[in-house]
Write a protein of this length. Structure first.
Length: 118
């Protein structure tokens, strides 16, 4: 059983920055990859970024955030972060942390709201 808790969301003006964090408990943190997803009102949940199970491991980004967002993880602290720079109004969404496949399923956090005002 893995529990994920996101934090760091808020309201920011366009061009600003936010840093999201996701704290994990349960399971063996260094055994699974992690990712960030987001869901805007009226839209489907979409992939944002992922990182392999190693600190400093391989990363992947959605084209829409490439060059602006950076995902990182700290296996000593069981956390994964998403640094978001040059935010745009279209980045407004609820952001979710998700584990890689653990046992027979993925695990999701409860989400944190990010609102970017123009």
């Amino acid at each position: 059983q893995v529990q994920l808790v996101e934090s760091g969301g808020g309201v920011v003006q366009a061009g600003g920055s936010l840093r999201l964090s996701c704290a994990a408990s349960g399971g063996t943190f260094s055994n699974y990859a992690l990712g960030w997803f987001r869901q805007a009102p009226g839209k489907e949940r979409e992939f944002v970024a992922s990182i392999s199970r190693y600190s400093g491991g391989s990363t992947h980004y959605a084209d829409s955030v490439k060059g602006r967002f950076t995902i990182s993880r700290d296996n000593a602290k069981n956390t994964v972060s998403l640094q978001m720079n040059s935010l745009k109004p279209e980045d407004t969404a609820v952001y979710y942390c998700r584990s890689g496949f653990v046992g027979s399923r993925y695990y999701w956090g409860q989400g944190t709201q990010v609102t970017v005002s123009s």
